[in-house]
Design a protein around this ligand. Structure first.
Ligand SMILES: Cc1ncc(C[n+]2csc(CCOP(=O)(O)OP(=O)(O)O)c2C)c(N)n1
Length: 517
């Protein structure tokens, strides 16, 4: 059968385990779009802004441990998706971007949409390739998937000139073996074991796949034997938490809190993590989070199997089978009749179903939910990994595609949610089981805090108005309903509880606007 380059790439992606594509196409991708109907195994999902497509691919990859593809329109399409590719890169999520380009012979004319696609792609991509011909696209597609799956996960960008999609290809490329993580060295395990016996105060800082139940259990066993403190980054790509799971301490956000958190840490054992630093620099405050003289040990590097390294360490210490720090199932006794992030968090914890996924861009309003859900039903928690706001709604969307049996709860600041609110339309179109809670404080609240902290002097009315979202007030009911998502507004905790409980009982996309400001 005759097969063009677009068919060959699509079939190659499917053969290599990539069967979901978040798209926002244009003319240069039309052959790819046309080929979708001939490849039923591929599920295309339309996003109305590229930042939604890339963020959804991030959420999908975090939950399924295999890449989704994106389909983006030349440099500007990729450019619109960059912020959430930045977040995905920080999350170490596998993603395969397919970016259309002008036909190879058209490039010389410098048409309006011509741009330096490689230049847009490089900073976020570990692998970038522009395929020169229809005869190479399939093999390049297979290599793109292989590159995305390099542990712990990375972004691969394959640029497809339009003629490579429409010209005749040889056929799809076969599946390449999935890359497996390297094992941490026995010497690293032995050094960490010796360190844990030297009597010094130790923190074990864990990142990546070891934050799933198995790695956490091993870490909890190590803590039971050694007394070491277990910690994770402030913002983790995917953390399994809740009742029955080993609890970690989350590094706090602000510079001076980080220093305090590590003040008595004499040695730090890293599992796929980097030493703690503050998110931003502040005049007169430290950037480095560790005290002078703190010794750093690497148990596992990011590309190594942190879970197995923790298990090997637990065995070498002769750690008990029962881990320390198992979270009990505990809910707030009687929720106060106040409407704030803490009472909202307690309601979310009360109704959160087992196996739920929380996509957390709650910003300054998210702490209440984090505290309350620590002892709620076991769930996955996906955080804003790269600090680029507008991630929560798309990540929730992709997570819901990857895990259709799970209830997804997206908690979001109203400011960040405005960046990528088009995700709601995709949730409605695909009937995804996502409940979004918008914390409508009508403010860039964190920036009001930061304004005071950076020592920028006394802000005047112009400065303050840059951080204020009143005038006009956003109407999230109309925004959501305009995109086909059922929505309601809560101004008291009783209203919120009734609406949230109802959303947890039902299925499909819902939005609750919690008026806090
Ligand atoms: C892409 C991007 N643009 C701007 C910022 C700066 N920024 C950080 S937090 C924030 C406002 C967040 O507001 P909201 O989501 O309502 O949360 P709140 O601070 O009110 O809790 C902004 C604009 C950013 N982090 N990322």
């Amino acid at each position: 059968m005759n097969m063009n380059g677009a068919h060959a790439v699509l079939r190659t992606l499917v053969a290599n385990g990539v069967d979901t594509c978040f798209t926002n196409p244009g003319t240069s991708e039309m052959h790819f779009v046309a080929a979708l109907d001939d490849v039923p195994e591929m599920r295309p999902i339309l996003a109305l802004f590229e930042g939604v497509a890339t963020g959804a691919a991030d959420g999908y990859g975090r939950m399924s441990d295999r890449p989704a593809a994106t389909l983006l329109h030349l440099g500007p399409g990729l450019g619109n998706g960059l912020a959430n590719l930045h977040n995905a890169r920080r999350a170490r999520t596998p993603i395969v971007n397919i970016v259309g380009d002008h036909a190879t012979y058209h490039a010389q004319y410098d048409a309006p949409l011509a741009s330096d696609i490689m230049g847009f792609a490089r900073p976020v991509s570990a692998w970038v390739q522009s395929s020169p011909s229809a005869l190479t696209v399939a093999a390049d597609g297979a290599r793109a998937v292989e590159a995305a799956l390099q542990p712990p996960g990375q972004i691969a960008t394959l640029i497809l000139p339009a003629d490579t999609a429409w010209n005749e290809a040889d056929g799809p490329a076969p599946a390449l073996p999935r890359p497996v993580p390297a094992q941490a060295g026995d010497d690293a395990v032995a050094r960490a074991a010796a360190a844990l016996k030297n009597g010094k105060k130790t923190t074990i800082l864990i990142r990546g796949a070891a934050l799933k139940e198995r790695g956490l259990t091993a870490a909890g066993r190590i803590a039971a034997k050694s007394g070491a403190r277990l910690a994770c980054d402030t913002f983790t790509a995917r953390l399994q938490r809740g009742a029955g799971r080993v609890m970690l301490q989350r590094i706090p956000y602000f510079a001076e809190q980080i220093v305090e958190f590590f003040a008595d840490t004499e040695q730090l054992i890293l599992v796929g993590a980097k030493p703690p630093v503050s998110f931003f620099a502040y005049p007169g405050k430290p950037s480095w989070g560790l005290p002078d003289g703190c010794v750093i040990h690497h148990l596992a590097q990011a590309h190594e199997d942190g879970t197995k390294a923790l298990e090997a360490l637990a065995e070498s210490l002769g750690a008990p089978k029962v881990p320390a720090h198992i979270a009990p199932r505990k809910l707030a006794e009687g929720i106060e009749d106040k409407f704030n992030q803490h009472t909202i968090g307690q309601v979310i914890a009360k109704y959160l179903p087992e196996g739920a996924i929380i996509s957390d861009e709650g910003a300054t309003s998210g702490t209440g939910t984090q505290i309350a859900t620590a002892t709620a039903a076991p769930h996955d928690h996906l955080a804003l990994t790269g600090g680029s706001i507008g991630q929560g709604l798309p990540v929730a969307t992709g997570a819901a595609v990857a895990a259709p049996q799970s209830k997804v709860v997206c908690i979001h600041g109203d400011g960040g949610a405005m960046y990528t609110l088009q995700a709601l339309w995709t949730q409605a179109r695909e009937q995804l089981d996502v409940t979004t809670v918008i914390f409508a404080n009508r403010s860039y609240a964190i920036l009001n805090i930061e304004l005071a902290r950076v020592g920028a002097g006394n802000p005047g009315p112009k400065a303050l108005s840059m951080l204020d979202l009143h005038k006009p007030d956003l109407d999230w009911i109309q925004l959501a309903q305009g995109m086909g998502v059922e929505a309601s507004r809560a101004t008291t905790i009783a209203e919120f509880e009734a609406q949230f409980a109802d959303a947890m009982r039902g299925k499909g996309p819902r939005l609750i606007e919690a008026i806090l400001g």
